[in-house]
Structure formats: structure tokens, C-alpha cells
Design a protein around this ligand. Structure first.
Ligand code: ZN
Length: 279
């Protein structure tokens, strides 16, 4: 079964918050380290989560930027994140940062080397480093870039994090839009990397000029997640984590769990896009 989870800043009330999530039948929590990365997560939280089959993962600060050359700082963040992920036996998600004046081709080898160095220094065994697809034109992280980088690094500990809302915003709401678009993206990752991606972000998103503006309810069906769910089922994806970022994630997850049961029943609610239908 897929695990649906929320993203929220890591704070002092983590014990109460995890309890609340479990009581609401939420399966996972991606802890956002907005203010820096803790040395350790209290063992009590980890044990408690394990007892309920609840998955913890984390998101590293947005200060990481592999588009510039402050390599020591970047490596330091990645190492700390990998250590926490090792403790959680889970994923540390991060964004690659911004192109600035550079092109992807001028960034990718340096990004590869920084990530390899962080893996070497942390020497983690179970941790995964998740490289996320981004939702802004200036932010490094298209589908092709993420795939290329993961292949360049060539280390099983580095995995893709597919943020469906980000891809959709970056393509100004035109892709992925059709059922087949979702199948194509999933098949591309699987074919290029040799395994099924298993860590996703999604929800509803508002966008403008190919940039994300803000997260909104998944019920807006932008992107049309029922198509994604149908594609996942068709391609036999059963074991993955889906982190929902929206103003009321708990409510959205309750709804998405219903959608997961019978995605095709929601197809006729998907907003139509005339321009796409003309293609
Ligand atoms: Zn992210």
C-alpha cells in the first residue's frame, strides 16, 4: 500500500504532532529542517513511529545551492542531512538550488562531485538522498536534469523525488496533464534508472508563467492526481511514499486515500484545458 504523508517544519512539539497524525490515519511525516539540521532526532520519536508503522523522512534547508561554488557549506548540509536520514533509515530530500548565470552543463559535474563527497564523508549505509524536481524556471531540477544527475552520481543512495505539482507548475499547467503524460514520466524514470521511483510530492498548485505560486488543495485537481493514481496502479506501483503539501494536508490525504481506491471515478471532475485538447 502507498503511504500518504504530510510535510511540516520540524518543531518542539514533534511528539504531539506525530501522535496527531497517527490518530488521523496519516502514514508519514516529512520533517522540514527550515532552521538548520538537528544532530539527532530523539530516539523516542523514532521508536514511537516504528511501533505504528509510521514513516519519518526529512527535507533539508533551502540554503543548499549547488549552482554556486560554496562547496564546503553545501557538503556540510548534505552530510548532516544524510546522518539524520541514516538514523531514520529513510530519505533526506533536497533541492539543487539555482542556475544563477550558469547553464545546467556548467553545473552538473560540480553537483555530482559535491554529492559524491557528501556520501563519502557521511559513509551512510541505509540513508537515501532524494533530489527533488523543482517548480520554478530559475531552480535547478527538471525531470531530465534529475535523471542525468542521478546517473552521473551512480550511487544507489541517491534517488529521485518526483514533485508532481512542481513539474506541472514548471510547465505552466500543460504537463503532465493527460493520463499518458503521467505514464510517460514514470516509465522514463524507471527505464533510465532501472527501478521504480518511490518517493513523491504532490497536491494542488497555483502557477504563473511556468513558476509555482502557492500550494492549494489537491481537490482542485491541478495537477490531475486521479490520472497519476490510475497510472501508478496500471504500472504496478504499490509501495511508495506520497507527501502532500497543501494548506490542509490531513484533509487532503483523507480525500486522496479515497481517490486511490477508484481513481477513474474522479476523471470527469478534472478541469479541461482547451489548448491541450486541440493538440
Ligand atoms: Zn522540496
Amino acid at each position: 500500500m502507498p503511504k500518504f504523508g504530510v510535510a511540516r517544519k520540524y518543531a518542539n512539539d514533534v511528539r504531539e504532532y506525530v501522535t496527531k497524525l497517527i490518530q488521523n490515519n496519516i502514514d508519514a511525516y516529512e520533517m522540514g529542517f527550515a532552521y538548520g539540521i538537528p544532530e539527532k532526532i530523539p530516539e523516542e520519536i523514532i521508536d514511537f513511529s516504528k511501533k505504528y508503522g509510521f514513516t519519518l523522512s526529512c527535507h533539508l534547508p533551502f540554503w543548499i545551492n549547488l549552482g554556486n561554488s560554496n562547496d564546503e557549506k553545501n557538503i556540510n548540509y548534505l552530510v548532516k542531512g544524510l546522518n539524520v536520514a541514516e538514523q531514520l533509515n529513510s530519505v533526506a530530500v533536497f533541492h539543487l538550488g539555482f542556475y544563477g548565470k550558469k547553464k545546467w552543463n556548467e553545473i552538473k559535474y560540480n553537483a555530482r562531485d559535491i554529492i559524491r563527497r557528501a556520501l563519502e564523508l557521511s559513509n551512510v549505509k541505509k540513508a537515501k538522498l532524494g533530489v527533488e524536481t523543482t517548480g520554478k524556471q530559475q531552480a535547478i531540477g527538471t525531470v531530465d536534469e534529475i535523471i542525468e544527475l542521478i546517473k552521473l552520481i551512480d550511487d544507489k543512495r541517491v534517488i529521485p523525488v518526483i514533485d508532481w505539482s512542481h513539474i506541472y507548475a514548471r510547465n505552466n499547467g500543460f504537463y503532465p496533464y493527460k493520463y499518458k503524460d503521467f505514464v510517460d514520466i514514470l516509465e522514463k524514470f524507471e527505464m533510465e534508472l532501472g527501478y521504480k521511483p518511490f518517493y513523491f510530492h504532490g497536491g494542488g498548485i497555483e502557477y504563473k508563467n511556468g513558476n509555482e505560486v502557492k500550494h492549494v488543495s489537491a481537490k482542485k485537481l491541478e495537477p490531475p492526481l486521479p490520472y497519476l493514481f490510475a497510472a501508478l496502479k496500471e504500472l504496478n506501483y504499490n509501495d511508495f511514499i506520497f507527501i502532500v503539501e497543501s494548506p490542509d494536508s490531513i484533509e487532503d490525504i483523507k480525500w486522496l486515500k479515497e481517490v486511490w481506491k477508484t481513481p477513474e471515478e474522479y476523471f470527469d471532475r478534472i478541469p479541461s484545458k482547451k489548448a491541450i485538447e486541440l493538440i
